[in-house]
Structure formats: structure tokens, C-alpha cells
Design a protein. Structure first.
Length: 197
């Protein structure tokens, strides 16, 4: 009894290897895009947690808290003595490091991201359009948890904190005047925002 065994030809092996290489290249590209998007979303979630911490501090102690996210850093300082100067003592440090004279901000350590996105965000309901970064990259959280402008009359304010990475994925953390927060993401090839929570 003779058994006829036949292996794969060189051409068949080359075709299979080419298909595997194509599938691998596509999956690497997709996974790097997913990773870039998840990085900006996780950074927005981190900032949301810091804002919640500052909001809780303001409400628990009955004092206004200034949240400052200028540069690539975050600092939150209270005004216990109600003199209009935030963070002038160690006791007023909410998020940051007291150096003996001032509260130093915390560096995010988020590589390849920045807060300097210059676009706008449209509210998910369509009621409000053109939401931008807060003026001066800061806002005040009132003792009632309301979001206010740090300028003179302190009117209620809404705005967004935009985080963009080098791959042009952008996350926006929208804050309403009532202190509600919602995260949106925009991919480099998209013109509209997708709301995550």
C-alpha cells in the first residue's frame, strides 16, 4: 500500500504568509488607534476625578475652590479666609503641593498631550453650541458645587477642558454651570463629537 503524501508548494506558503502579514498590519494600526483614543479618555476621567475631589472639598468646607489647569498641570486651591486670594496658605491647598509660599501644581505626566485645543464643543442635546475652554484655563467651584467664572462678578459658567494628544485624538470634559460633567471624544478623521457618558 503506497501512500501519496504531498506538502505545500512554495507559492502556497508565500500566499499564506502574505495574508498573515496583511492581517497583522491592519490589527496593529487598529490597536494603536484604540490605544490613542483610550489614553485621552482615561486622562479626561482622571481630570473628572480631580474636579470631583475639589467639588467635594468646596461643599464640605463651605468655601470656594479655584480649579486651574493651565499648562499641562492641575492645581486646586481654596479661599478659606474669603479675601479673594486662593491658595495663600497650606490649609487652602486642595490639589497640588505646598512649597512654603505657594501651592505648586501637579504635573500630569501625561506624555504627548496638551490642553491647548482651540476648537469648540456642541452640547449633546443641541441646546448649546460653541463651548470653549474656560477663560484662562480656570474656573471656581462654589460652596454649593456650582461652576463660576473666576472673573469679577463670578457669573455661573459652563465650559470644557480639552485634552488633545499627538495623534490628534481629542477628549473634552464638559462642565455645566450646575457642576454636571460629561465626556466627549473626537477622532482625527471625524468632525463631530461622540459622547461617552
Amino acid at each position: 500500500m503506497s501512500k501519496n503524501t504531498r506538502g505545500f508548494s512554495l507559492i502556497e506558503l508565500m500566499v499564506v504568509l502574505a495574508l498573515v502579514a496583511i492581517v497583522l498590519a491592519i490589527s496593529i494600526r487598529i490597536s494603536s488607534e484604540v490605544l490613542a483614543k483610550s489614553n485621552v479618555v482615561s486622562q479626561a476621567v482622571s481630570i473628572k476625578g480631580m474636579i470631583n475631589q475639589a467639588k467635594g472639598f468646596a461643599m464640605m468646607h463651605g468655601v470656594p475652590v479655584l480649579f486651574d489647569y493651565s499648562g499641562n498641570t492641575v492645581r486646586a486651591v481654596a479661599d478659606f479666609d474669603m479675601d479673594g486670594t486662593f491658595g495663600d496658605s497650606k490649609r487652602e491647598t486642595v490639589i497640588g503641593n505646598w512649597d512654603g509660599a505657594d501651592t505648586q501644581p501637579i504635573d500630569f505626566g501625561f506624555a504627548q498631550t496638551h490642553f491647548s485645543y482651540s476648537g469648540t464643543l456642541d452640547h449633546w442635546s443641541g441646546i448649546q453650541t460653541g463651548t470653549q475652554n474656560f477663560v484662562g484655563y480656570q474656573f471656581v467651584i462654589s460652596p454649593l458645587g456650582l461652576i463660576k467664572s473666576p472673573l469679577g462678578s463670578n457669573p455661573l459658567a459652563s465650559g470644557a477642558i480639552f485634552i488633545e494628544n499627538n495623534d490628534n485624538f481629542t477628549a473634552a470634559l464638559y462642565l455645566s454651570p450646575m457642576g454636571d460633567m460629561k465626556i466627549a471624544v473626537k477622532e482625527p478623521t471625524e468632525t463631530t463629537w461622540s459622547w461617552n457618558d
